[in-house]
Structures are given as C-alpha cells and as structure tokens.
Design a binder for this molecule. Structure first.
Ligand code: AMP
Ligand code: MG
Length: 420
C-alpha cells in the first residue's frame, strides 16, 4: 500500500497553481489580509524617504561636538526647530544646531543627532554634554529599502506586516489570486442534514460542515453541494457538475470496499484517472485521488480539477484533509512555498499506541509547560468513527509504520493544527 509520504508527493505533483494572469482579481488593501499576492510589488519610494532623526534632540555637525564633555561642552546656536512633517529651511553652519524631533527631516549641513538627555538648553543655545558617535541617531534615506527594487514578491500571503508595508508604499489596491473553488458533497443513504429529524439508523452529515469550515479557513471558497444518496445515477450527475465548477472536489464516503461504495467506479466511467486508491495510514486508509480530462467548464478552470474521495468516517475526513487536502489547496492558491504540513518534535505526556501496520494519527492537545510543548492525547476512543473527542484538540501525534509504542516523556512528531 502507498505510504503517506509517497501519497503526499503524488498529490502535490498533480496540483497546478492558479494562473498568474488569468486567475487573479484586484482587492482593496483594507480587505487584502490572508490573500495571496499575484504580482510582485515595486515602489518608486525610498525607505526612509529622507534622512531623519531617530530621537528627540538636536541635529548637529559631528565635527562641532566630537570632543564635548559635561565639563567642556560644545555650545551651539539653535537656528531652527524641526518637528515631524516639516521641511527644514536652513543649512546648519559650523557652531549651529537645529532642535529636532523623532521622524523629522535632518537639515542640510547636519549629520548627527544628539539625544536631548545629553544636552542642556539655555534660550537659543544648546550645551552638548557628551560626544555622540558620528552619524548617531540618523536614519539614512534608502537604508531600509531602495526605490525600484522588489519590495514584495508574488506568491506570498498578505498578513499584517505585509499590509503595513504595502500601505507605506501607497498601494491602495492589489492584484491577488482568486480564491480556489472547492466543491463539497457527502454520500450516503444514512445521512440527514442538521435540521432533519433523525430516524433509526440515520446520522447527521457532519462531514459537510467540517469540510466547509476547513476549506474556508484555508482561504478557499467552499461550494456546498449537499448530500447525495448511494445511487450511481445521482452520484454521477453531482460529480460531473462538481468537476465543471471547481478546482478541487471533495466527497466523503463511498470509497471503501462495501457494496454501496460507488465512487471509484463512477470516476472510472467518467474517464477519470485514479492516482491513489488507499494510503497506509490510520485513520484514512480508503482515500481516492483522481484527475479528469479538462472539462467543458462554464467557469474557466486552470487545470483539470483534482478529485479527493475522502473516507466517510468523521475523524478520517479531518485527518486526511489536514494531511493531504490542505497542502493541495495551498499549492493551488498560488503560495510559492510552505505547502507541506509542519511537524514539531515534542514530548508526549501520555502513552501512545498503534498496531504498527499503518502510519497512525492520534489527536490531542499541545500544552505549553514551562515554555516547552507537550502533547496530551485526547481521552476516550480514537476510533475513526468517533468525532466527539476531536473537539478542543489542536494537534495530531504521528506514529510511523512499525512503531507500536511511545512511552510517556518520549519524543513524538506532532502535526500542529491551525484551529487551536
Ligand atoms: P462509508 O465509507 O461511506 O461506508 O462511510 C463510513 C462511515 O462514515 C459510516 O459509518 C458512515 O455512516 C460515516 N459517514 C459517512 N459519511 C458521513 C458524513 N457525511 N457525516 C458523518 N458521518 C459519515
Ligand atoms: Mg457510505
């Protein structure tokens, strides 16, 4: 059976990122957070825009003050006061200084700022009580960024710090990748919606809600297609529709070996190429990954959509999404790096067990103990059919194939989940 890492490599290989020209839209800077920049940004401005002061104090000529001490201070004539936002008018001559404030422009002639704590003022004269270093407290024009060079590359996620940089560079609007479209449907005769009363034998379609939340958190747009019966005709219709409108299709259920598990057969009848049918992991063994020949799509799609037939069990849906679907959405979204899940090495608080036959994922919580993360396994059943104890978790501990036991205090690899 295919290993988890081989499955991940196959999946990432199948994903073509959105197109830099076609799959973009323009957004206002105020609503651009978490979007992916589609065009590199260059600024015609230097940062800082001009030499400016890093302190409240006095702008001086270093030459004039280099030997100053409290006993033998240099005494300078104050010829101008320069608050922030003001353009200096004078050129500082030998024996002169300008009163200056943080962020204000350094006047011509001056090359150094003396902080006001190292001075004494008497009317329009300032006594310099200690020698500064040459050019001290001057932030030089273009020392942070040079006009015309690349300010931000394409393919990065815009978080607060990038948004601040773009604001400073006066970019009120930006070209970002459109959100990937992810169609979601659930399969099973036993499923009802959250509103429908439960009859004996029925269960609520929780997967649809879990997947919609996961897709939205990933920055993609969920297209909710509802519940589909275990009926080949209905399934074929919804799959053909999903493939035509989405970049990625997620179904849950119907990929195992039961009599009513039709997904793989329908994919084949729709001429899909099936790349993965099962993965050596627990939960999540039955996993179908397929691609379609380019569809006659009403919505232009950059590629043939990627189909994930996820298992039906609720825990398996979440685990396979985090492990395989999220990296695929990230690559598709235009982000140029950091698609793969991040694993941390932490200490396990609890004993962790597996039968050793498949890579095993156990859910739990990372606690900070004296600044060091420790994994606490969720209490209760770790059956893939149990959903209840997944609530309030924020990490998955991973036991590789062949590893049957991790003892308390032993190190374990943990996948940190973004929902905690
Ligand atoms: P299947 O692979 O279709 O046999 O589904 C495996 C298990 O997952 C069965 O016990 C289903 O009842 C359950 N299941 C399937 N789909 C969903 C869903 N959308 N929400 C919650 N549980 C589901
Ligand atoms: Mg089913």
């Amino acid at each position: 059976m295919l290993s988890v890492s081989d499955a991940q490599a196959i999946i990432l290989n199948l994903v073509q990122p959105l197109d830099r020209q076609r799959d973009t839209e323009v957004v206002d800077l105020l609503t651009a957070d978490s979007r992916i920049l589609a065009t590199p940004v260059t600024s015609p401005l230097d940062f800082p825009h001009w030499d400016n002061s890093a302190m409240d104090g006095y702008a001086v000529r270093y030459e004039d003050v280099q030997h100053s001490t409290a006993e033998q201070p240099a005494i300078l004539e104050i010829v101008e006061e320069i608050p922030a936002g003001y353009q200096p008018k004078s050129t500082i001559q030998p024996g002169q200084a300008a009163r200056i404030f943080t962020g204000a422009v350094i006047p011509a002639g001056a090359d150094t700022v003396v902080m006001q704590e190292k001075t004494r003022r008497e009317e329009n004269r300032v006594f310099i009580l200690a020698a500064p270093k040459p050019q001290e407290f001057v932030r030089h024009k273009a020392s942070f960024y040079q006009a015309g060079t690349q300010l931000l590359p394409a393919g990065i996620k815009l978080n607060a710090s990038e948004i601040a940089v773009l604001a400073a560079a006066q970019c009120p609007q930006l070209s970002v990748y459109r959100r990937p479209r992810v169609a979601i449907f659930s399969t099973g005769d036993e499923l009802v919606t959250v509103e429908q009363p439960l009859q004996p034998g029925q269960i609520v379609d929780s997967n649809q809600y879990a997947l919609a939340a996961l897709v939205r958190q990933s920055g993609a747009e969920p297209l909710i297609l509802g519940i589909v019966k275990d009926d080949p005709v209905a399934l074929e219709k919804v799959i053909a529709h999903a493939v035509a409108i989405a970049d990625i299709v997620l179904s849950s259920g119907g990929v195992s070996v039961g009599d009513y598990d039709y997904i793989d057969k329908i994919l084949e009848s729709l001429k899909a190429k099936i790349h993965i049918r099962a993965v050596q992991m627990s939960p999540g063994k039955p996993l179908t990954v397929a691609t379609f020949p380019s569809p006659q799509s009403p919505v232009p799609s950059p590629q043939s959509p990627l189909y994930f037939g996820l298992p039906g069990n609720p825990a398996a849906v979440l685990v396979t999404f985090w492990r395989f679907v999220l990296p695929a959405i990230k690559k598709l979204s235009g982000i140029t790096e950091g698609w793969e899940p991040v694993f941390l090495k932490v200490r396990s608080h609890d004993e962790l067990r597996s039968n050793g036959k498949r890579e095993t994922y156990l859910w739990g919580k990372l606690h900070l103990i004296n600044g060091v993360y420790e994994f606490h396994k969720a209490g209760g059943s770790h059956s893939s059919g149990n959903l209840i104890n997944l609530a309030q978790t924020n990490a998955l501990a991973v036991l590789p194939v062949g590893k049957t036991l991790i003892s308390p205090q032993e190190e374990v690899q943990v996948l940190q989940l973004s929902n905690g």
